[in-house]
Design a protein around this ligand. Structure first.
Ligand SMILES: Cc1ncc(COP(=O)(O)O)c(C=O)c1O
Length: 315
C-alpha cells in the first residue's frame, strides 16, 4: 500500500520568532484598592497593565494583531507594520517590532507629547506626523493612503477595525480576571478608546455569567484630556465597537480623573495615568452605589509618559 508523504511548509523565520514574547505579554497583577473608603463588602480591583512588555494594556492587542497577521501570511519578512496611533499602541508596536525584527511606520498627530515621540524614535520607528487639528482621525486617513499607494510594502494593522484587537482581551484579559477573582466578579468597568479592551473582556465575562454587569466609560466632552479615550458622539466610531456589549454607559470628566490621580498617589501609592484614574473614578462611583460586589477595572498605563499633566498636578 502506498503511503502519502505529508509535505509541510517550511516555517518562516517570522513565524518562529512571533511567539518569542508570549510569557511577557499579559498576566498582569490584580491590585486591590485598599484605602479609599470602600464599604467592607464591596471590593475594587485594578489590573496593573503597565507591568508587561511595552509598558501598557496595548501590548496585548498589538502582539495579537502582529501574530495573527504573520499567521495569515499578511505580514511577511521585510514588510513594514503600518498604523495610526498617538500613544500606547504605537509604543507597543515599536517595542514588539524591535524585538521581533519587524520595521514599524506610524502616523501620529504632531502634537503627541515629546516624550512619546522620543520613545518611538529611540525604538527606530518611521514617524509620519499629521496635523494637530485632524487628531487621530486624520492620522488614520493618512495611514490608509500610505498603504493604498504601496500595498506590497506594508501590512496595515488598522487597530480600530482589526478583530485581533478585541480577541486579545477575550482570550487573555477576561480569563485572567475570572481566575484572579476566583470566578467572583460582579462588575467590569473600563473606558473606550479603540474599544478593544472593553469589547473583548466584556464579551468573555458574559460567556461565563450573563449577570456580570458591564459599564463602559467615555469622556464627558469632545476636547478632553483622557489620552487613549474616545468621545464617541464626536469622533469616528471604531468599526470593532459593538454597542450591545455595554449594559451601562457613563461619562468621566478630565477634572474628576485628575483628582483621582492625586488620590491614587496619596492613598494607594500608585502613580497612574489620566485614563487609569478615570477608570478608577468610575469604579469608585459604582462602589458607593453598591452594598456588596466585586468590581474590576484596569489601569492601562502609569503616569510616566504624562509629564505635562503630572508637572501641574504634583507641584
Ligand atoms: C492610556 C490608554 N487608556 C485607555 C485606552 C483604551 O483602550 P482600548 O483602545 O482597548 O479601548 C488606551 C488605548 O490606546 C490607552 O492608550
Amino acid at each position: 500500500m502506498k503511503t502519502l508523504d505529508i509535505i509541510s511548509q517550511p516555517e518562516s523565520p517570522l513565524t518562529k520568532k512571533s511567539t518569542k514574547l508570549d510569557s511577557f505579554v499579559g498576566n498582569t497583577p490584580l491590585y486591590p484598592i485598599q484605602n479609599l473608603d470602600i464599604k467592607e463588602d464591596v471590593k475594587v480591583f485594578a489590573k496593573l497593565e503597565w507591568q508587561q512588555f511595552g509598558g501598557s494594556v496595548k501590548t496585548r492587542a498589538a502582539y495579537r494583531i502582529i501574530q495573527d497577521a504573520i499567521e495569515r501570511g499578511e505580514l511577511t519578512e521585510g514588510k513594514h507594520l503600518l498604523d495610526a496611533s498617538s500613544g500606547n499602541t504605537g509604543i507597543a508596536y515599536a517595542h514588539i517590532g524591535a524585538a521581533l525584527g519587524i520595521p514599524v511606520t506610524l502616523c501620529l498627530p504632531e502634537n503627541a507629547s515629546e516624550e512619546r515621540k522620543q520613545i518611538l524614535r529611540s525604538l527606530d520607528v518611521n514617524l509620519k506626523l499629521t496635523s494637530r487639528a485632524g487628531g487621530t482621525d486624520e492620522a488614520q486617513e493618512v495611514a490608509k493612503e500610505i498603504y493604498e499607494q504601496n500595498p506590497s510594502q506594508y501590512y496595515y494593522a488598522d487597530q480600530y477595525s482589526n478583530p485581533s484587537n478585541w480577541k486579545a482581551h477575550y482570550d487573555t484579559t477576561g480569563p485572567e480576571i475570572l481566575d484572579q477573582t476566583n470566578y467572583d466578579v460582579t462588575h467590569f468597568i473600563a473606558g473606550l478608546g479603540t474599544t478593544g479592551t472593553f469589547t473583548g473582556t466584556g464579551r468573555f465575562l458574559k460567556t461565563y455569567k450573563q449577570e456580570i454587569e458591564l459599564i463602559a466609560l467615555q469622556p464627558d466632552i469632545a476636547m478632553h484630556g483622557l489620552e487613549g479615550w474616545k468621545h464617541l458622539e464626536t469622533a469616528h466610531t471604531p468599526a470593532i465597537f459593538d454597542d450591545s456589549v455595554a449594559d451601562v454607559m457613563q461619562t468621566v470628566s478630565t477634572e474628576e480623573a485628575h483628582e483621582t490621580m492625586k488620590l491614587a498617589a496619596q492613598k494607594e501609592g500608585l502613580l497612574i495615568s489620566p485614563s487609569s484614574a478615570a477608570n478608577l473614578a468610575g469604579a469608585l462611583r459604582l462602589a458607593r452605589q453598591l452594598e456588596e460586589g466585586t468590581i474590576v477595572t484596569l489601569f492601562p498605563d502609569d503616569s510616566s509618559k504624562y509629564g505635562e499633566v503630572t508637572n501641574q498636578l504634583f507641584k
